[in-house]
Design a protein around this ligand. Sequence first.
Ligand SMILES: [Zn+2]
Length: 264
Amino acid sequence: MPNGFVFLLAFLFGASVGSFVNVCIYRLPRRLSIVKPPSHCPYCGANLSVVDLVPLLSYLWLLGKCRHCKTPISPRYFVVELLTALSFLACFERFKFSIEGVLIAASLSALLVIAFVDWEFFLVPDEAVWALGIFGFTRYLVSNPDLQSISICLGGAFLSGFIIWFIGVLGKLIFRKEAMGFGDVKIAAAVGAHLGATWLLLPFFLFSVLIGAIMGLAIALLRSRSLTGYIPFGPALALSAGIVFLSPPSVINFVLRLYQIPTG
Ligand SMILES: [Zn+2]
């Protein structure tokens, strides 16, 4: 198969998974089943047919409106499908056809669910966090099913969750208000199950803090939410995890060398 065609397939498959990611983002925080009923317009209740459900394209040819009641559909549907498609493309580029690639693509989808739900609802869906953690655990089981690698995985989950919990406790002491929610601890633990009790946790936390700071600044500049208001940290953790999952070793090693950490 020509390479371009395989990339196109990865993109299209990702876009279809993106439709499911959208279903999860809408239904998980509302405690609705993610398998039934079939997709329908939340405004007029009309069931969506095959032509309304083509990833990316339906949104464009319906001009972002429900075909039945003409209520505008959130651009989030299009954005999430595009992001999922691009993340599958990046996964394929980085990992080719491999179990690791499939597990990371699935993990990136779980991270998208986490990021968008936390951003909109200030809550972290347990189902997506468990999925993310289990995908991480499976990566260790598949590559090295021995006690050592399992303890690196579980140790990573514990350590990563603990670090965020500890930062939260410190933040509460210093700023006298809730700095981290327990949702952030759960996300960090699930990401830690991927990265293990290793130095990979360092770039993960560095990028999270950096992205969180940029997000806070952007929000303050755009004045979409007041600076004193609560800004969810979950999206920053999720984006950072995605970057670390997809980064080639050269990038990670560069960050570690900045901190004088010997790389393997
Ligand atoms: Zn409608």
